[in-house]
Write a protein that binds this ligand. Structure first.
Ligand code: ARG
Length: 471
């Protein structure tokens, strides 16, 4: 570990003829400062709580604790103001902060690391970071859900073909389609809540691995840092990164949902669909084709899912096969988390903005629902109501649809005589099978009938403000 005192700086100078040590060839390889400096707030908060506890319990003199805390506050201000001189030779955020503390307050700084190791320190920092970023993801997802509800309400009567296999299947309300995404993001919220809960365990007080020979007050430190629990096993505490996997998994699933929504916006904004017009700020032109309005933001929201999956796989792979307890491999966890945070939060914001600013071409959607065989199931259901077994009705309507298609007609364009040729159970009431009637008929719980969707929209809005409402 790099030393922070003056004497050791000289000791670290490469000796002539010696194998390269951290300064030359190896320098840089172990350095994590470029990325872990973003943990400075967590690191300093952890150190302040630790120092306060050391002073309170008499493990170090109270005056030194006060000096340490004041010094740390100054270090934090320097970092926040961009005045801090970062030193790569000190490898990481922890050593940088401590070294600066030495500059500022002298030898008292040497007491800060009493009853602590970088192993429990870094685990504590990372947990606080993961916990607090999970809260941000939860708020961002909530805002996206609210936008979905707003857009759904603005287009409450809009009808479009619902798809299976990307084939027009049955008509649905656009609001119903959008609320499907609301549910996906609701589950993501619960996953991030679980990830925050998993992160909310304080490892500090575990020492390097075995616990500490000092009368520390873990509960007090935990309270100051907002941790709801303290770790139960010191060896597990310094090597456990399950909370990070939970975060990355929650993010991976959320990105999968974002990617699906991105994909639909790509499809819907194409000339083939023309169901949506994205706001100019979410499209780009082509350098060669002047007519282009490319949905780059939606594509990137889809594409960036790859790196988030990659981060989850990388983290799982980093952790596998680690012997107990702390191993330096664990340093590789942070970039996976940071990159994921930097990807998932902006992706949520972008998709939200894209939806909020999109214009839904509801006439085109309705026309697409009409120009199709989406009523085939309803025609079969009509026969079922007349007493025909569903399987048989399915066969009749399949033949009927094929015959209609051969004549270049949709089902609702057939004459009663044509219907009756397929089955004598048909009468003029078959013309009451319309797109609107099909939707209205689906009033089962979770169905697309307008009155169901109206209630679902009201519930969706209310659930955003209820504790546990997303579950
Ligand atoms: N930079 C290290 C990390 O991120 C801090 C902990 C180092 N501990 C150690 N025993 N070398 O994991």
């Amino acid at each position: 570990m790099p030393r922070v005192t003056k004497a050791s700086k000289t000791a670290r100078k490469p000796q002539p003829g010696a194998a390269p040590r951290s300064k030359s060839l190896a320098s840089g390889y172990t350095v994590s400062l470029s990325y872990d400096r973003r943990l400075f707030k967590e690191d300093i908060a952890g150190s302040i709580a630790h120092a306060r506890m050391l002073g309170r319990t008499g493990i170090i003199p109270a005056a030194d604790a006060r000096r340490i805390i004041r010094g740390l506050q100054q270090v934090e201000a320097e970092i926040a103001d961009g005045k801090f001189k970062w030193r790569d030779d000190l490898e990481d955020i922890h050593m940088n902060v401590e070294a600066r503390l030495f500059d500022l307050i002298g030898d008292a700084a040497g007491r800060l690391h009493t009853a602590r190791s970088r192993n429990d320190q870094v685990a504590t920092d990372t947990r606080m970071y993961a916990r607090d970023r999970a809260s941000e993801a939860i708020s961002a997802l909530g805002a996206l859900q609210l936008t979905l509800v707003d857009v759904a309400e603005r287009n409450q009567n809009a009808i479009l073909p619902g798809y299976t296999h990307l084939q027009r299947a049955q008509p649905v309300l656009l609001a119903h389609h959008l609320l499907a995404y609301y549910e996906m993001f609701a589950r993501d919220v619960t996953r991030f809540q679980a990830a925050a809960h998993a992160a909310n365990v304080m490892p500090l007080g575990s020492g390097a691995l075995a616990g500490l020979p000092y009368p520390i007050d873990r509960a007090g430190v935990a309270e100051e840092l907002g941790f709801t629990r303290v770790s139960r096993n010191s060896m597990d505490a310094v090597s456990d990164r399950d909370f990070l996997l939970d975060w990355l998994h929650a993010a991976a699933v959320a990105m999968m949902h974002i990617s699906r929504l991105g994909e639909e916006l790509v499809l819907w904004s194409s000339d083939e669909f023309k169901f949506v017009r994205l706001a100019d700020e979410y499209t780009t032109g082509s350098s060669i084709m002047p007519q282009k309005r490319n949905p780059d933001f939606a594509e990137l929201a889809r594409g960036k899912t790859g790196r988030v999956y990659g981060n989850l796989m990388a983290a799982l792979t980093i952790l596998k096969g680690l012997p107990m307890t702390y191993n330096r491999d664990l340093q590789e966890d942070k970039e996976r988390l940071f990159d994921t945070v930097d990807t998932v939060l902006p992706s949520i914001f972008v998709v939200q903005g894209m939806l909020a600013g999109a214009t839904f071409e509801t006439r085109r959607m309705r026309a697409a629902a009409g120009a199709s065989y989406v009523l085939a199931t309803d025609v079969a259901d009509y026969l079922v109501r007349k007493g025909m077994p569903f399987r048989q009705a399915h066969g009749v309507v399949a033949d009927l649809s094929a015959a209609a298609a051969a004549k270049g007609k949709f089902l609702h364009e057939l004459t009663l005589a044509e219907y009756r040729r397929a089955s004598k159970l048909f009468d003029a009431a078959v013309f009451k099978v319309t797109v609107e009637a099909s939707i209205a008929a689906r009033g089962t719980e979770g169905g697309t009938a307008p009155e169901r969707v109206r209630v679902a929209l009201r519930d969706a809005r209310a659930r955003l403000n209820e504790p546990g409402g997303q579950a």
